[in-house]
Design a binder for this molecule. Structure first.
Ligand code: NAD
Length: 248
């Protein structure tokens, strides 16, 4: 089992869904965990849950689309825990619409949070990780960024952009022993996919070799692997966690 005793992890969008499960998974393996989210109420709940489980946890209200916010997130983390070993860029939104109907605002919001938010968090953590000469950055992309999806040009572009950031950061940071990888989840059971009708879910399942939607644990397990010491020779990669739906 991966062990994160003595490690400090920051998880954005950590108040619910996939991010909350990533926070739990890292915490249960010994990490101190900082969760960052715009949703203050859920953030507080999640911080309480982690503290109650004996984890050294901290919730920091953060809008990842704001660089001052992400600078504050990392400053608070270093102030409390002295270092940052793992950054998981998980915060993300959808604003779906066919391109013809998509508003400029729907485009801008998704790019600001999913794409620029990832840039902001990495920019904010750079100095600290460079100083430590170690670090693990894990960006949550999506299979939609690899294959496209009708009604999601904004989301697909943001998630494909995250892959571009991942590969470039992997090259820029490699000399400091910092790895950067992406995870591309397929369809995972969360609030984001709750809205899909039963018929759509059945059709989806028929396109997935493992014949089921993914769970938040499936994604969290992959994050733990990429965050571990054991994954030290892996960088610039995209790991699909999608039941075999997309094969390169
Ligand atoms: N659910 C899926 O099927 C699926 C598939 C592929 C990829 N993903 C990706 O996984 C990630 C998590 O998805 P989820 O299903 O858990 O979504 P979710 O909506 O359940 O959770 C996202 C979290 O991010 C937070 N958030 C939103 N905007 C933010 C901002 N500006 N700053 C900080 N936090 C913000 C939300 O408050 C929420 O707590 C997203 O990046 C999503 O694109 C999800």
């Amino acid at each position: 089992m991966m062990n994160f005793e003595g490690k400090v992890a920051v998880v954005t969008g950590g108040a619910r869904g996939i991010g909350a499960e990533i926070a739990r998974a890292l915490a249960s393996r010994g990490a101190s965990v900082v969760i960052a989210d715009v949703n203050e109420e859920l953030l507080e709940q999640m911080e309480k849950e982690l503290l109650a489980g004996g984890t050294e946890a901290l919730g920091v209200k953060t809008d990842v689309s704001s660089l001052p916010d992400t600078d504050n997130l990392i400053a608070k983390t270093v102030e409390k825990f002295g270092r940052v070993d793992i950054l998981v860029n998980n915060a993300g939104i959808t604003r779906d619409n066919l391109l013809m109907r998509m508003s400029e605002q729907e485009w801008d919001q998704v790019i600001a949070i999913n794409l620029k938010g990832t840039f902001n968090c990495i920019k904010s953590v750079t100095r600290q990780m460079m100083k430590q000469r170690s670090g693990r950055i894990i960006n949550i992309s999506s299979v939609v960024g690899l294959m496209g999806n009708a009604g999601q040009v904004n989301y697909a572009a943001s998630k494909a952009g995250v892959v571009g950031i991942t590969k470039s950061v992997a090259r820029e940071f490699s000399s400091r022993n910092i790895t950067c990888n992406a995870i591309a989840p397929g369809f995972i059971q969360t609030e984001m996919t709750h809205v899909l009708s039963e018929k759509v879910v059945e059709t989806l399942k028929s396109q997935i070799p493992l014949s089921r939607l993914g769970t938040v644990q499936d994604v969290a397990n992959a994050v733990c692997f990429l965050a571990s010491d054991e994954a030290g020779y892996i960088t610039g990669q995209v790991l699909n966690v999608d039941g075999g739906m997309v094969m390169a």
